[in-house]
Ligand binder design. Structure first.
Ligand SMILES: Nc1nc2c(ncn2[C@@H]2O[C@H](COP(=O)(O)OP(=O)(O)O)[C@@H](O)[C@H]2O)c(=O)[nH]1
Ligand SMILES: [Mg+2]
Length: 263
């Protein structure tokens, strides 16, 4: 299994923006900030998109700014509006900040920040790097029970099938982009509020023909705070991706000269 300590290569040059959506993550922020800043990535800035967390996440992020050399931007959106729109907001800010590379990750330390240098390094030969649980060398927390493993892997498989996605971890929320690639995504077309957003991004990258590579990660279970994930979110993702499947089979029919009426 890939542990982050195995990767130590120097990251790609240029300003890096790390976008982190948060809802009630105050317990996780101090460790996240400490581990991110100790990576020593030059010119890194942190963009926290918080949805009015009642536990004071936004205020804490603002107060931790000094620990991060004053390069923390906290976007406060007032009320919980879902992961997808939080990312759209954060990506917009990241691109506007002039970042050359943009990283997206969860705040709950499921995504070990120590993988980031290797992911940035992999961007030398790619447009998008996916921190992947389902590529060789990747994995999920050993403490996960069978039902949780099944929800994750079957949900991922179903979403890959419906969306016709080549990427093995279609729902990963740990990615690194070249800003030039991220700016090509049409953010207005993303509809999922939940983690189906990740699959919509994966689909968009594939459609644009971006070079996507997967870096194996070990997904660690959160030890603090509560997950906002549910089976409903898988249903939302599949529902949103279904139209793409229809479009694909229609274009295949057109290519092979078979009209829908012939079937
Ligand atoms: N801004 C914002 N962040 C959210 C929302 N829902 C979840 N998050 C954040 O998105 C990340 C992933 O959520 P999490 O509950 O850990 O999902 P899981 O890892 O799939 O169980 C975490 O950093 C959450 O705090 C939301 O509605 N708004
Ligand atoms: Mg989580």
């Amino acid at each position: 299994m890939a542990h982050p300590s195995q990767h130590g290569s120097a990251p790609a040059a240029g300003p890096v923006a790390v976008v982190v959506p948060t809802y009630n993550e105050a317990e996780n922020l101090p460790e996240l900030f400490a581990r991110l800043s100790s990576l020593g990535i030059p010119e890194v800035r942190l963009i926290v998109v918080d949805d009015g967390s009642p536990d004071g996440t936004a205020e804490l992020a603002t107060s931790l700014d000094s620990e991060f050399a004053g390069r923390v931007e906290v976007v406060q959106r007032g009320s919980k509006q879902g992961l997808g729109t939080a990312y759209v907001e954060g990506f917009g800010r990241a691109l506007a900040s002039g970042a050359s590379h943009v990283v997206q990750m969860d705040a709950d330390l499921s995504h070990s920040p120590e993988y980031i240098p290797a992911m940035l390094n992999a961007l030398r030969d790619a447009d998008v790097v996916v921190g992947s649980r389902y590529t060789k060398g990747g994995g999920v927390d050993e403490s996960w029970g069978l039902s949780r493993r099944l929800l994750s892997s079957l949900g991922n498989l179903g979403i890959r099938f419906v969306g016709g996605l080549a990427v093995r971890d279609a729902t990963s929320g740990f990615k690194a982009f070249r800003a030039s690639a991220l700016s090509r995504l049409d953010m207005s077309e993303f509809l999922c509020a939940g983690f189906g957003f990740q699959a919509e991004v994966a689909h968009s990258c594939q459609r644009l023909g971006l070079r996507v590579v997967e870096e194996p990660i070990l997904f660690v279970d959160r030890t603090k705070g509560r997950s906002k994930m549910s089976g409903l979110i898988v249903v939302e993702a599949i529902w949103r991706l279904l139209p793409y499947r229809f479009k694909r089979s229609q274009s295949r029919r057109r290519l092979s000269g078979v009209s829908a009426d012939d079937e």
